[in-house]
Every structure is written in structure tokens, then in C-alpha cells.
Write a protein that binds this ligand. Structure first.
Ligand code: ADP
Ligand code: MG
Length: 411
């Protein structure tokens, strides 16, 4: 839970954001022009994280991030540079479960999404970043620590006050929504002036006996870096969908010899089939499913597949993506229900906007279409007419810069 303060829109000046989500991290600088002009200019760079840094050591990971940030700061140019004598300020989007201890500090509860560095758990991640920035000689203050869902929610509301929730569908999945503070029994502190609080649900960690798991889900979980955790995420998000497909294919190869008597060795390698590959296979509309053939050959070294077999593989991608998309929709409906926005009250046309960010939602068209279709199905046409799903590209980064601005030391 987080009192992010008023969603002020009169912040001005140059602010930085660093968005560490899973696969890549993004560094951004944003020039805020106040109420009228809002985001005047933004520049960003995306840097991939070398896989060994995801498990090696805290210092190595944060040093890598801090150096990339320092390099980016060095490219400040005309019209987009910090005011003289003013320390640069940063919003740090850190999309892993954190126990937030203040606006600019929080301890890591656990890593997810393939990260696993034991020594970071229990540490203040802002402290870790600040120390690394000092080591690389970068003078910058972390003004706000935010989760990507909170960043997306703040960024979304900055543009549109009807935004009630934010959902991430990227490497992982999570959601946050705006709740009336008095409806939060767990909250014993002072009530914020606005009467609202935002809740970071960490819904990726949802599990329930009502959520049927297949043998593939169980095996994927058991062999993961975080067994027993993030079960919902493992059924839905970009890090895992391709891996579920690979596991089913392997079983079909072993038990039904769909690729002949020998099992293609590449098919045994975990995470070799990534979700973008799966998406390319799923969207293949060529009459002979040429893309499917090429992907199987290039990624799994399986050649000479029959058209019939290719069709089966497309169908498999459809089943796995559909499950993820429908579960995501169910999660969103859960939030709308909690907010009492799943019904039309006396013909009142109140818009509810959900800000969506993440590469899975952005790029996997069939996933997105299925998710939106399911929302309509679950809510009914009349309610669904008032629900807007808004792609909030880079929302988590911009939102972090905004929150840094509203917690600036120069206010
Ligand atoms: P993060 O979640 O790390 O912040 P993104 O929001 O950019 O990063 O999401 C990246 C994820 O989006 C990738 O891990 C991948 O699973 C998924 N993705 C990216 N491109 C595609 C694509 N073309 N089709 C399906 N999924 C994609
Ligand atoms: Mg992200």
C-alpha cells in the first residue's frame, strides 16, 4: 500500500527514471512542463541485462545498471539538460516484490522472473543503487522508489483521471488499483487527504485450488528458480508462455513421436522457445504455415514438418495463449468488482480506464484480442462499453519520473 500523494500535474523540470523490469532495463529522461504542457520531451534507451548478472552478485548487477545510467546522463544535449547547481533526481521503477519503507526506500522481499541473488533479499534496493552510482561517480538522488504497476497507474492518471487500475503484462504480470483508504482494514496509519490509497496487488503470486494446474505447470514450477511462488504469473506472463508450449511439445514428441522416433535434442532445453517465437508461430497466416516451419527449424532444429503437424502446433499456441489471456481478463474483472465498477448503476455512464503496459500485451495481438474479448464476455456488453483498456507505453517509466518530480528536494 502506498500513499503516492496528490496526482499533481504541475511538476516542472528535468527528471530521470530507471525501469528495471526483467528482460531489459530502460533509462529515461523526461522534461516536465507543468500543468499545460505536461511531458514536453522524453528520451530513452533500452539496455539488455546479461543473463549471468541475474544470478551473480548484487554489486555486479547494480554497477552494470549505474554505469549504463551514467553513460545515458552523459548524452544530455540541447534543451534537455539539468539546471546548473541542481542535483539530478531519479524515479526508480523496480518491479519485484518490495516492502516499501518510505517513498525512496524499500527492502527486497524476493526476486522473481529469473533473477536470483540471495544477498540482495532483505536489502534496501535504493541503497544498493545509490552505492553503485557513487562507485561509478554519478551524482544523482533517488527521489522515489516505485513498482511498475504504481508507475503505470501514476503515469496513467496524470493523463487521464478516469484511470482506476494498472496492469502489467510483460516478462511478469502484476496489477495495482486505487482504493478508498477506509476500505483497507490492514491500514492503521493516518488517512491520506485524498481519501485514496493505491494497492500493489502482486497478483503474479496468486494461487488457488480453484485455479486448475496441469502437469506442465507443476513441472515448470518445480524446476523454476522460485518453486511454489508466482503461480498465476507462470500461467500468464511472457517469461513462461513459450516454455509451457515447449513442455507440451516435448511430451507429444516423447509419447506420440510427433517428430519421429528420435526426440529433437533442442526441444529438451528449458526456455529455448521464447514467447515472441510462440507469437510468431501463432500469427502465421500463410497457407502452408511457412513461418511455423521456419521457427521450428531455426529454434528447435526440427525440419520437414507436415502441414498437419504445423496446424497442431499453432493450435497448441492458441490454447496456451488463450488460457493466459482469459486468466488476465478474470483478474481485471476481479478489480472492477472490488471497485463496484462491474455493473451499470441507474444508467450512469461512468468510464473506468485500465492502463496496460508490457511487451506481451503490446506485441502479442491474439493474446490482447482474446483478453479484451473475454472482458466483454464476463462483464456483459452494457458494462464493457464503459471500460477502456489503454495501452500505456512506457507508462511505468514516465510515472516514476513524475513521482520523482513530486518528491523532489527542490519543491
Ligand atoms: P519487462 O516486463 O521486463 O519490463 P517488457 O514490458 O518489455 O519488459 O516485456 C518484455 C516481454 O514481453 C518479453 O519477456 C516477452 O515475453 C514479451 N514480448 C516481447 N515481444 C513479444 C512479441 N512479439 N510477442 C509476444 N511477446 C512478446
Ligand atoms: Mg516493465
Amino acid at each position: 500500500m502506498n500513499d503516492v500523494g496528490p496526482y499533481a500535474s504541475d511538476e516542472k523540470g528535468l527528471f530521470y527514471a530507471l525501469d528495471l523490469g526483467g528482460t531489459n532495463f530502460r533509462v529515461l529522461r523526461v522534461l516536465l512542463g507543468g500543468k499545460e504542457s505536461r511531458v514536453v520531451k522524453k528520451e530513452y534507451e533500452e539496455v539488455s541485462i546479461p543473463p549471468h548478472l541475474m544470478t551473480e552478485s548484487s554489486d555486479a548487477l547494480f554497477d552494470y545498471i549505474a554505469s549504463a545510467l551514467a553513460k545515458f546522463v552523459a548524452t544530455e544535449g540541447e534543451g534537455l539538460h539539468a539546471s546548473p547547481g541542481r542535483q539530478r533526481e531519479l524515479g526508480f521503477t523496480f518491479s519485484f516484490p518490495v516492502r516499501q519503507t518510505s517513498i525512496s526506500s524499500g527492502t527486497l522481499i524476493k526476486w522473481t522472473k529469473g533473477f536470483s541473488i540471495d544477498e540482495t533479499v532483505g536489502q534496501d534496493v535504493v541503497g544498493e543503487l545509490t552505492k553503485a552510482m557513487e562507485r561509478v561517480g554519478l551524482d544523482m538522488r533517488v527521489a522515489a522508489l516505485v513498482n511498475d504497476t504504481i508507475g503505470t497507474l501514476a503515469g496513467g492518471r496524470y493523463n487521464n483521471p478516469d484511470v482506476v487500475a494498472a496492469v502489467i503484462l510483460g516478462t511478469g504480470t502484476n496489477a495495482a488499483y486505487v482504493e478508498r483508504a477506509h476500505a483497507i482494514p490492514k491500514w492503521h496509519g493516518l488517512l491520506p487527504k485524498s481519501g485514496d490509497m493505491v494497492i500493489n496487488m502482486e497478483w503474479g503470486n496468486f494461487r488457488s485450488s480453484h485455479l486448475p494446474l496441469t502437469e506442465y505447470d507443476h513441472a515448470l514450477d518445480a524446476e523454476s528458480l522460485n518453486p511454489g511462488e508466482q503461480i498465476f504469473e507462470k500461467m500468464i506472463s511472457g517469461m513462461y508462455l513459450g516454455e509451457v508450449v515447449r513442455r507440451v511439445l516435448l511430451k507429444m514428441a516423447e509419447e506420440a513421436a510427433i517428430f519421429g522416433d528420435d526426440i529433437p535434442p533442442k526441444l529438451k532445453i528449458p526456455f529455448i522457445l521464447r514467447t515472441p517465437h510462440m507469437s510468431a508461430i501463432h500469427h502465421d497466416t500463410s497457407p502452408d504455415l511457412k513461418v511455423v516451419g521456419t521457427k521450428l527449424k531455426d529454434i528447435l532444429e526440427i525440419s520437414n514438418t507436415s502441414l498437419k503437424m504445423r496446424r497442431v502446433i499453432v493450435e497448441l499456441c492458441d490454447i496456451v495463449a488463450t488460457r493466459g489471456a482469459r486468466l488476465s481478463a478474470a483478474g481485471i474483472v476481479g478489480i472492477l468488482k472490488k471497485l463496484g465498477r462491474d455493473t451499470v448503476k441507474d444508467g450512469e455512464k461512468q468510464k473506468s480506464v485500465v492502463a496496460l503496459d508490457g511487451g506481451l500485451y503490446e506485441h502479442y495481438t491474439k493474446f490482447r484480442t482474446c483478453m479484451e474479448g473475454t472482458l466483454g464476455e464476463l462483464l456483459g456488453e452494457e458494462v464493457f462499453e464503459n471500460i477502456v483498456i489503454e495501452l500505456s507505453n512506457d507508462g511505468s517509466g514516465i510515472g516514476a519520473a513524475l513521482l520523482a518530480a513530486s518528491h523532489s528536494q527542490y519543491l
